[in-house]
Every structure is written in structure tokens, then in C-alpha cells.
Design a protein around this ligand. Structure first.
Ligand code: 6PG
Length: 470
């Protein structure tokens, strides 16, 4: 019996995805660089082992799959993908499809897509979100590449994907790097969403002196309201957990220095390149970078004193509800930025991204999944070109949250509780409400020192100021 699909790379994600594919009834061949890993994986596959063909060489692997073949790569992003593609190309036929399902930089995917097109062979880059649990039981899948290639593997991908009220979270986003780009923006939003939650944690811990257990209860209650989402849910669980080694709250022993594999950074870099405002995402990436500078943070506290101070009772009334509203507002602003970036990239790269479907594919399976994404899909369906912030539904939520949003950011400034992402989000909303901005000053300065010229409000054409250099 030939396998219907193949998968290379039996790390955590690859192994979980294989079991998911096998469980959905597909016969799958697997290959890993280390044969022992393949054998060990197969031994632990239980009832699903009969659907899985372990192979010890790339040649055996290719021979085990029915032609035209579909092969998923689940190997570390970067050079390893290029090496694996090169090795496979020596063995594959022109119709065989390679699918990179790792966290590739979309620029690499575009390059690989161009090479594949030149060779006349199909290639897909798909973003897979949801971590190990998602890969095993239903990830969110964002596809990019030729539509016909997607259609070939869509039966497998939709079968293994998460399901939101009967709709599978697996969607073709567009050609070449579209899928990986959408995944990168997902991760950028993930960074900002996580950072803003962490900022509310900071207010509760440092401003209100609350314990991890008390904070956990707040997140649990927020998860019953408009903020209901996977990230709020796990934040509650993280805050509630006890360290088995010391018996103290887990949060209190975790080092305050965040790691990053780079996808959030790629989003911010791309947004800057495209001129798309994503200040909340950029702030979240910056906050992780700052978190890594532990020595400087220590030095800063020694030089100036620790910034955060307790919020006095007089200022603390109703603060938890205000925090919830501020987080809601920040989240809306950050998603509006993410969708704005997707629109900008879609135009530049000619992807014609199906914006409401992007919101839909994120409703389940992925890390940023939440019910609110369903409402975002509706808002984007009403008018895809409008900033989501101005959609009636979200404008309404923003209006009701505004006073709290302002109050929280102001309290942060007053009591030294840093809120890089929330304050960036508020500045974004305020700037978007400022018809007469302050860039006239920038234009004046640019013209003054560089004779760059400016447009006037009253007369057409390019102009210079009266300060012309001698
Ligand atoms: C997902 C996650 C996943 C992962 C990234 C981000 O959608 O399943 O985004 O891709 O957690 O590796 O990790 P960093 O925080 O290390 O950048």
C-alpha cells in the first residue's frame, strides 16, 4: 500500500502533524535525518502505526509515496529547508509537490516559489499555527503557492485543521509567500497580544500588589467576557500554576527575559519596509528586546530607583474593570494594524489576500484564536478596504473603552509601570483621530536642512520655505 502523503522531520511539530494526518485516515510515509528517531516515533504511534510507513533513507521515503507525490517538510526554517529541497529534487518527478510547513520567512518562500516555477514544479509554503497541541489535534493552516497545488492537498489539510463551528481553519491565501506572510503577521499580532496581557499583569502585580493567584482569577474572569481567547485562558493558567520545586507561584520564579525565534521581528521589519503602521507589534518586539537587557535594567533601577510604584487607593477604584477595557481597546488597535499590514502587503505582492478569510482561519486552532475574530471577519466582509477600527462594531467597542484605555496608560506613566504596547496602541488611535497632525513641522524641518520641499494646504505644487539656504 503506497502512502498518500509524506512528511520529513519528526521533531515535536512533525511528529504531532504525522499522528494527526494518520488519525484522519491518510496513509503517510515519514523520514527523519536520524533513523533511530523515525523508529522510536513509529514504535510509540500506537494504533496509528499501521497508517504510518517509517523509512530509513530518502530514496525509500520517496518510493513509499504514490505519485504524483505530496511531501511536507517540517524541518527547521532556513538553510535546512533549502538543503532538504535540493536533496529531494534529485529523486522527485516534475509533478511532485513539496510543501514547506515550517515557520519560514516569507521572503525565503517567495524565492523558493520562484525557483520552483522556473523548474515547472509545484511548491507550497504553508503557515501552521497552534503549537504541538494544534499540530496534533487541529492547527490553523495558511497556504501559499499555486492554487492547483493547494487544491491537490486541500483534502488532507482541511481534514487535519482545526474546526470553527463546522468550517475548517485551512485556507489558501494566495501565491508564493502569501501563506507564510499571513502566518508571520499572526505571530506579530501574537507578540502584541501577549505583551499587552503582560502589561496588565504588571499593573496588577506592581501597581496593585496582587499575588499571582489573585491575578489568575482576574484572567479567568476576563475569559468569560469580551476578551475570551486562548491567550487569556493560558495566562490565567500560567498565573495559577505552582512551582513543584519551591511551592511558590510559577510566575514568580520564571526569569523576566523573553526569548524569540524571529517571526514577530520579521513582521515588524516588513511593516517598516512597506510603510504600514504596526506600532503595537513593533513595541512588543522592542519590549522583548528590552526584557533581555537584564543588566541594564538592574543598572537603571540602581541609578534612578525602581520605576514602578504602588497605585494609591484613591486612584485604584474600579481598576480591574478599566484594565479589561484597556486591553480590549489595545487588542482592537493591534489587530487593525495587523490587517492594515496584510492589506499593504497584498497590494505590493499582488496576493489579493482574502482578508475576511484570514480572520476566519484564525478563529480556531492558532495561538491568537478568539471569538472576536469572528466579528472581525464580519467587519472585514462589510468593507475590506476600511481600517477595521472604523467598522461600526469595533468603533463602538473603542468608544466605550476609551476612557479606561486613557486612564490605564496615564496611570502607567504616572506610577512608572511601563506599557510599551498599550501606549503605542493608544497613540495609534489618537493619531488616527487627528486630522491636522504635526508632520507639517517635520516637513518644515526637512525643507530647512535639506531643501526637500513640501506641499502647502492652500496652493498646488512643490514649495520651499523662506529659510532657503544661501
Ligand atoms: C504558533 C506560534 C509558533 C511559535 C513561534 C513563536 O502560531 O503556533 O506562533 O509558531 O510559538 O515559534 O515563537 P517565538 O516567541 O519564539 O518567536
Amino acid at each position: 500500500m503506497m502512502a498518500q502523503i509524506g512528511l520529513i522531520g519528526l521533531g515535536t511539530m512533525g511528529a504531532a502533524l504525522t499522528l494527526n494526518i494518520a488519525e484522519k485516515g491518510f496513509d503517510i510515509a515519514v523520514y527523519n535525518r536520524t533513523a533511530a528517531t523515525t523508529e522510536a516515533f513509529h514504535r510509540t504511534a500506537g494504533d496509528l502505526a499501521s497508517k504510518i510507513t517509517p523509512t530509513a533513507s530518502l530514496r525509500d521515503f520517496v518510493d513509499a509515496i504514490a505519485a504524483p507525490r505530496s511531501i511536507i517538510l517540517m524541518v527547521p526554517a532556513g538553510e535546512v529547508v533549502d538543503d532538504q529541497i535540493a536533496a529531494l529534487l534529485l529523486l522527485l518527478g516534475p509533478e511532485d509537490l513539496i510543501i514547506d510547513a515550517g515557520n519560514a520567512n516569507f521572503n525565503d518562500t517567495r524565492r523558493r516559489a520562484i525557483a520552483a516555477q522556473a523548474d515547472g514544479r509545484p511548491f507550497l509554503g504553508i503557515g501552521v499555527s497552534g503549537g504541538e497541541e494544534g499540530a496534533r489535534h487541529g492547527p490553523s493552516i495558511m497556504g501559499g503557492g499555486p492554487r492547483a497545488a493547494w487544491d491537490r492537498v486541500a483534502p488532507v489539510l482541511t481534514a487535519i485543521a482545526a474546526d470553527f463551528k463546522g468550517t475548517p481553519c485551512a485556507t489558501w491565501m494566495g501565491t508564493d509567500g502569501a501563506g507564510h506572510f499571513v502566518k508571520a503577521v499572526h505571530n506579530g499580532i501574537e507578540y502584541a497580544d501577549m505583551q499587552m496581557i503582560a502589561e496588565t499583569y504588571g499593573v496588577m502585580r506592581d501597581g496593585l500588589g496582587m499575588s499571582a493567584a489573585e491575578i489568575a482569577q482576574v484572567y479567568e474572569s476576563w475569559n468569560e467576557g469580551p476578551l475570551r481567547s486562548y491567550l487569556i485562558e493560558i495566562s490565567g493558567k500560567v498565573a495559577a500554576a505552582t512551582d513543584p520545586k519551591t511551592g511558590t507561584p510559577m510566575l514568580d520564579v520564571i526569569l523576566d527575559s523573553a526569548g524569540q525565534k524571529g517571526t514577530g521581528r520579521w513582521t515588524a521589519i516588513e511593516a517598516l519596509m512597506l510603510g504600514a503602521p504596526t506600532s503595537a507589534i513593533e513595541a512588543a518586539v522592542g519590549a522583548r528586546n528590552l526584557s533581555a537587557l537584564r543588566d541594564q535594567r538592574q543598572q537603571g533601577a540602581e541609578t534612578f530607583g525602581a520605576a514602578a510604584r504602588a497605585i494609591p487607593d484613591a486612584d485604584a477604584g474600579g481598576l480591574i474593570d478599566a484594565l479589561e477595557q484597556a486591553l480590549l481597546a489595545g487588542k482592537i488597535a493591534c489587530y487593525a494594524q495587523g490587517f492594515g499590514l496584510l492589506r499593504a502587503a497584498s497590494d505590493i505582492y499582488n496576493w489579493d489576500l482574502p482578508m475576511p478569510d484570514v480572520a476566519r482561519v484564525w478563529r480556531a486552532g492558532c495561538i491568537i484564536r478568539s471569538d472576536m475574530l469572528d466579528d472581525m471577519a464580519s467587519a472585514l466582509t462589510q468593507d475590506v478596504t476600511r481600517n477595521m477600527l472604523f467598522a461600526e462594531d469595533f468603533a463602538g467597542r473603542m468608544r466605550s473603552a476609551e476612557a479606561s484605555f486613557r486612564r490605564i496608560v496615564a496611570l502607567g506613566a504616572q506610577y512608572g509601570i511601563a506599557m510599551p504596547a498599550l501606549s503605542a496602541a493608544l497613540a495609534y488611535v489618537d493619531t488616527l483621530r487627528t486630522p491636522r497632525g504635526t508632520a507639517n513641522m517635520l516637513q518644515g524641518q526637512r525643507d530647512f536642512f535639506g531643501a526637500h520641499g513640501f506641499k502647502r494646504t492652500d496652493i498646488e505644487g512643490d514649495h520651499h520655505g523662506p529659510w532657503a539656504a544661501p
